[in-house]
Design a protein around this ligand. Structure first.
Ligand code: M6R
Length: 613
């Protein structure tokens, strides 16, 4: 939601903070700021700017600040409009304490009123300023910043990742975490805090991943970690294996394009070592989902948000079709409030790229409280959902920086294929012959994706033809309909175009009234057994003047005959098509967004990880 970075060491903190904030900008980008302890002034100096980190950088160029201790923040507004004054870091009244925060303080109004009654004056509309003021309030009483932070945390309800510095303690920063990601980066003679690894990868790969209710006091040569009972605890150092290139654009115009083109490798990485050497099944990193466990499961539930949810729907479709176990599905924000029908005989599949999405995390917690078995399918190693779920299957997509999820979706769908095959084989629902046929087709997927990617220039030309579209319909049946939902989400998200995904057969029950001459309809028709049905729906919209762009299987003569434009995907097993049919949609959304002049990697109003409700 927001990005936090902090530094203590011998370098000038400002460039470290700015570089870190640029890497974290995908988490929020409506304002940014830094607070740095200036040794010359003996003060904490703050600089904040509405808009992108670039604006902050320009401001700092005009009014340079220097210091060896600092915290920085890039914001996605929750309380108060994006503005200089609402941007973080927030100061306490006397300028003693500066705070950056990711999350929501739920009882901030109550605390604010108490502090106001004691004479504290507030300048912003944010919940975070309350934290800075509350810490100062306790600091004035006890004279120790660490003690003051602990006392403030006792009063705060809500979610937070906090970075705190204090004018009287220029040798340290303090970090605290509850329901928001925060890591401590361990350097030599310097240490860091960050919302995620990308911000500090240039300096270190060694980290402590903070757990909820942990507080870290970070000096340049030492890090002490405490629980909320103020007992010091020891933690294992987690070494990150991402390369720096993985977090760079590497010559691509946008992270999204780079991530789209990484998909052959991502799928291949996800398949490597997943098939048992004797060709009899799937190996899932020691996940406890064998014949015995499966016998005790009578229902599966898929929970996730956004793109991850659509990947989950692919899993639901396949498990029901092949394994014949009922699979329910809900977006996590509904699941967590609906008193879902789950118990100890339910397997909950929680899917998340970031592993930090607040709704999905709460869904996991609810499922665990009800005794369900929870399997998380997560990309970010060591993330909260990964740690809290009973079992975790990592999707190995590498860092996904662009807000629009692309390679993570392909990795999640690949995980769904593998999971379906695993359950099918363990429960005796699939013959060895069929398994081997699908396995063979899966191993061809990376080269099929490459073949589709080589058609990117054709998709770009479609953009030039359809750039004037105001409404776009995506229609398909079965698995193709799920692909349509993901394609439509992507177009909305980055091209800011209104679009509707519709089950093709449902169109005539109302929405066809919206089809008028020149409406763009994207028809996805990769399922042979449903092809003629979908084609008849396509003929219906064509008859009403729609322009039709089709995604279909290679060599389909009817597609050539009826579509205005088409893109073919290589022939594969029918259950595997979602992975391939989605790629042209990603490219189409990408080129439309570029054509419309939008900020592809940082679309308006959005943030990469939604760590608030
Ligand atoms: O990190 P998660 O996978 O849990 O995120 C879920 C959604 O917020 C995410 O997929 C969102 O819909 C994407 N921006 C879509 O491209």
């Amino acid at each position: 939601m927001c990005g936090i970075v902090g530094y203590v060491g011998d370098r000038n903190a400002v460039p470290v903070l700015l570089q870190g904030l640029k890497k974290l900008e995908y988490r929020g980008y409506d304002s940014a700021g830094v607070a740095v302890y200036s040794e010359t002034d003996g003060e904490v100096v703050v600089c904040k700017a509405k808009g992108r980190v670039e604006n902050l950088e320009n401001k700092l160029y005009d009014h340079p600040v220097k210091g060896r201790l600092g915290i920085g923040h890039t914001r996605w507004a929750t309380h108060g409009v994006p503005s200089d004054v609402n941007a973080h870091p927030h100061f306490s009244s006397s300028g003693e304490v500066a705070v950056v925060h990711n999350g929501i303080i739920e009882n901030y109004m109550e605390i604010k009123e108490i502090l106001q009654s004691k004479g504290y004056e507030f300048v912003s509309e944010t919940d975070t300023e309350t934290v800075a003021q509350l810490i100062e309030y306790y600091y004035n009483d006890c004279g120790d910043i660490t003690d003051a932070v602990f006392r403030a945390l006792e009063k705060i309800d809500g979610s937070y990742a906090l970075g705190i510095i204090c004018r009287d303690f220029p040798d340290r920063m303090i970090a605290a975490k509850k329901n928001g990601p925060l890591i401590v980066g361990l350097g030599e003679g310097e240490n860091f805090i960050a919302s995620d690894m990308t911000a500090i990868l240039k300096y270190t790969r060694n980290t402590y991943v903070l757990e909820d209710d942990e507080v870290a006091v970070i000096y340049k040569d030492d890090v002490k970690i405490f629980n909320l009972d103020r007992q010091e605890i020891s933690k294992e150092v987690y070494v990150v294996n991402w390369s720096i290139e993985a977090a760079e654009k590497s010559g691509y115009d946008h992270f999204m394009l780079k991530e789209i083109f990484e998909q052959p490798k991502v799928v291949s990485d996800n398949l490597n070592h997943r098939f048992k050497a004797d060709g009899t099944g799937v190996y899932l990193d020691g996940i406890k989902l064998d014949r015995e466990v499966l016998k005790s499961i009578n229902k599966i539930y898929v929970v996730a948000c956004g793109t991850a949810y659509y990947a989950g729907l692919v899993g639901k479709f396949l498990i029901e079709k092949i394994v014949r176990i009922p699979v329910n599905s809900d977006v996590a924000s509904e699941f967590r409030y609906k008193d879902p029908l789950i118990d100890e005989n339910t397997l909950v599949l929680a899917i998340s790229q970031s592993g930090e999405t607040a709704d999905t995390l709460e869904a996991v917690r609810l499922a665990k409280r009800r005794g369900a078995k929870v399997l998380a399918i997560v990309n970010v190693v060591g993330s909260t959902i990964a740690r809290e779920a009973g079992d975790v299957l990592y999707t190995m997509a590498g860092p996904e920086i662009s807000v629009a999820s692309t390679k993570a979706f392909s990795a999640q769908v690949t995980a769904m294929f593998l999971l379906t095959l695993h359950i099918a084989m363990e429960s005796g629902r699939m013959s060895l012959e069929e398994f081997r046929e699908i396995k063979h087709e899966m191993e061809l997927l990376p080269s099929h994706i490459n073949a589709i990617l080589s058609q990117a220039p054709i998709v770009k030309r479609f953009m030039e033809k359809y750039i004037d579209s105001k409404n776009v319909f995506y229609i398909g049946r079965g698995l193709d309909y799920i692909v349509c939902r993901e394609g439509s989400l992507k177009l909305k998200e980055i091209a800011y175009l209104h679009s509707e995904p519709y089950a093709a057969g449902e169109l005539k029950h109302g929405p066809i009234a919206l089809i008028e001459p020149s409406t763009l309809v994207i028809g996805v028709a990769t399922q042979q057994e449903l092809f003629t049905k979908t084609l008849s729906n396509i003929k219906e919209v064509k008859a009403r003047g729609a322009r039709v762009l089709m995604i279909a299987m290679e060599g389909s003569t009817e597609t050539k005959e009826f579509a205005d434009d088409y893109i073919f995907i290589p022939r594969t097993h029918p259950i595997l098509t979602p992975l391939l049919a989605n790629i042209p949609q990603q490219l189409f959304a990408y080129y439309m967004a570029v054509g419309l002049g939008n900020d592809v990697d940082k679309p308006r109003n959005l943030a990469k990880s939604v760590t608030v409700e």
